[in-house]
Design a protein around this ligand. Structure first.
Ligand SMILES: [Zn+2]
Length: 439
């Protein structure tokens, strides 16, 4: 007897290609309950999608997911930009990379992988900084999807896209879909530059993490992390002052872990672990693959709905911000809401933003504080008023000339209610603040 070998049906290229897209075609050719009035499902829509040029910024944890999702959603002209090279620690979740790829640029490796797996998709990669590209470059895309972890890069692209809007040219408005994750939390949002709340309007959603006051660590720890910080900052200094702490040395981490554990026991606090010790000391937020997958999926769905002109209603004017939490403490939870545009947004608003300030502070203390203020987050600011230069980071001659101001108090330099302009080399715009003295 001859063993029966099942022969796979032979399909010609075209039908094979269409068979793969059967379910996608169903969506694109039929009107659904959430399809916008202005959207026309049908064969033309399949073509619209395949011709749309989209830009993905970032080819890391979110970027790998986004590129794969877009390719499998019918997008055929995808561009990706990323400045990083592949590190061995990326391999557990950045699934387009293999051990042999370590050291190579993320953008080109990710592009080649997806092109191999999804025939007919073209992914153009660019290894470099987004700041190297000009408006002409960004103008060619229909939508920009960001899968970045850097707040600074997202502020830059947001300001660029808002700045590109020309009221007489509808094509100058590029929707920006932004995904972000931090451990088990994440968010997906859609920004229609100049029309809806922009990344800068929403900056306070990314408040820098508040430091735990030293007195809490020293006297009444409440959380396991407080005990670890105590071991890290206080116990090490007191008992091993002569040793330089090396956070990559397992013996050092073990010592801190044991110290923290003993302190936790003393205060009846549970939960100190070795890996938590490592995380707190090295200030690591773990990257969670499932969070990236969920957020990237949400971003790609939004891009798909925008490019199809509303095959289902997309985020934008009525709601624009989806947040997701998947951690064990608060449960799995998602909420979508409208984040409103701010009139005093330095990027898309036209009013100076009020900034409350203690006028007894020196200019230097004020500048240091700017990095931590949720609404500013500026690390190398140059500050001036309409009449005078308060402090310039560069050029050296101006820095030297304005340096004496650093030691002067705010009240000696400014009037209550006076406006200042702050610029930072990381951004091309001036941030306007109206200084309101609190004392
Ligand atoms: Zn704004």
């Amino acid at each position: 007897m001859v063993a029966a070998v099942a022969t796979p049906p032979v399909l010609n290229d075209v039908s094979q290609d269409r068979a793969r897209w059967k379910y996608l075609d169903n969506i694109l050719t039929r009107r659904g309950p959430f399809t916008d009035e202005q959207c026309n499902p049908g064969p033309d829509l399949i073509e619209t999608l395949s011709k749309a040029k989209v830009l993905v910024i970032g080819a890391g944890g979110l970027g790998c997911e986004i590129l794969k999702n877009l390719a499998l959603s019918g997008f055929k002209d995808i561009h990706v930009i990323d400045m990083d090279t592949i590190d061995v620690s990326n391999l557990n979740r950045q699934f387009l990379f293999r051990a042999a790829d370590v050291g190579k640029p993320k953008a080109s490796v990710a592009a080649a992988f997806v092109e191999r797996r999804v025939k007919g998709v073209s992914i153009t990669s660019h290894c470099g900084k987004i700041q190297d590209m000009d408006e002409e470059y960004y103008k060619q895309f229909q939508v920009v999807i960001c899968g970045l972890d850097s707040i600074e890069a997202r502020r830059w692209i947001n300001a660029t896209l808002v700045g590109m809007v020309d009221m007489d040219d509808p094509d100058s408005l590029k929707p920006m879909v932004d995904g972000g994750t931090e451990g088990f939390k994440g968010q997906a949002r859609v920004i229609f530059p100049s029309m809806t709340s922009c990344f800068e309007c929403q900056l306070d959603m990314h408040a820098p993490r508040a430091a735990v006051p030293l007195c809490t660590l020293a006297t009444i720890p409440r959380q396991p992390q407080h005990c670890i910080e105590w071991a890290h900052i206080i116990a090490w200094e007191a008992e091993r002052k002569e040793d330089i702490l090396d956070t990559d040395d397992p013996a050092h981490i073990t010592w801190l872990y044991e110290k923290a554990n003993a302190r936790a026991a003393e205060f009846g606090i549970a939960g100190v672990t070795y890996s938590m010790t490592q995380g707190v000391v090295k200030n690591i937020i773990p990257a969670i693959a499932s969070t990236n997958a969920i957020i990237a999926a949400a971003c790609c769905n939004e891009a798909f709905k925008i490019v199809t002109n509303g095959i289902a209603s997309y985020m934008g004017l009525e709601n624009n911000y989806m947040m997701y939490t998947g951690d064990g403490d608060s449960g799995v939870y998602t909420y979508t809401f409208l984040h409103e545009k701010k009139d005093d947004c330095p990027v898309c608003g036209n009013l100076a933003r009020n900034m409350e300030i203690n006028s007894e502070l020196t200019l230097e203390e004020f500048i240091e504080g700017l990095a931590e203020r949720p609404e500013a987050q500026l690390k190398k600011p140059t500050i001036r008023t309409e009449e005078k230069s308060l402090y310039y980071q560069a050029p050296p001659a101006l820095e030297e000339q304005t340096r004496p101001n650093l030691k002067r108090k705010i009240k000696e330099l400014l009037e209550d209610g006076e406006e200042i302009a702050v610029s930072d080399p990381a951004f091309q715009i001036d941030f306007k603040f109206k200084m309101v003295f609190s004392s």
